[in-house]
Design a protein around this ligand. Sequence first.
Ligand code: NAP
Length: 266
Amino acid sequence: MGEGKRLVDKVAIVTGGASGIGAETARVFAGQGASVVLCDVNSVLGRSVVGEISDGGGNAIFRALDVTNEQQWTALVAETEEMFGKLNILTNVAGISGRDPKELTQVTPTAGGMLEDQSLDKWNQIMEVNATGTFLGTRHAIAPMRRAGGGSIINISSICGIIGSFANAAYHASKGAVRIFSKAAAIQYAPDGIRVNSIHPGFVDTPMTKPAHSNPELAQIRLEATPLGRFGTPRDIALGCLYLASDESSWVTGSELVIDGGLTAK
Ligand code: NAP
């Protein structure tokens, strides 16, 4: 049973699992034999993804989690160890662009305002979810992973954590923080066998990018910037997560896996 599967016997937490890249990562992990604790602020969608995984024979549960809430992290990790006996994989996917959710069609190439239009509140909100949320999850995963004899932490950054763009400096800063935080954590916990890597997606079709990609002019700008000539799919990113989660990447830590259709190669 489970022969040929790449995550047999592994226990994984996936944040942002209700939608887009997180949902697909949870599906792929469960399909490869992992027990998945799928977390999100969106309980309705999260439970529906878990239902789909369970119907397909996978092992997944949903737990509501706001990644900025440390008490919720403490409870989640304790419950995961209690239910499944250990924690092997943490994938920090939850994130926000900072775009106004009422804005159904984006009109500027980058979601979010120019520096002068970006308030301190907006900066703090983006940093809190994208950067602080990743810090909290990583911090709380260390002790259980040490008890499990090691583990893999995968932090979703972005090409925006490597290069700048037209606007939304707060998003760039938050994703740059995720990138370098992952390297610092990788060095600190390598002696414990805990690997920490970041993934840097380019433009991927998800609910987050729908307002931009449904604007033909913006979609064209983004496609022209992407040498492989198409948007990424959540699966393109989930398969990168699978590699970093599996023992196939046992000598990989502190690295940044760019999955962007060639965009940053230019
Ligand atoms: P998505 O479809 O919007 O999914 C993100 C999920 O995270 C949503 O379910 C969202 O819930 C949830 N979330 C937001 N704040 C949260 C919080 N505080 N605690 C827990 N969950 C929270 O976006 P996606 O495109 O899949 O993005 C996933 C990750 O990839 C993000 O970190 C994003 O920055 C990164 N990324 C995406 C792209 C891309 O092109 N799509 C490119 C580079 C990087 P709500 O919808 O209720 O807010």
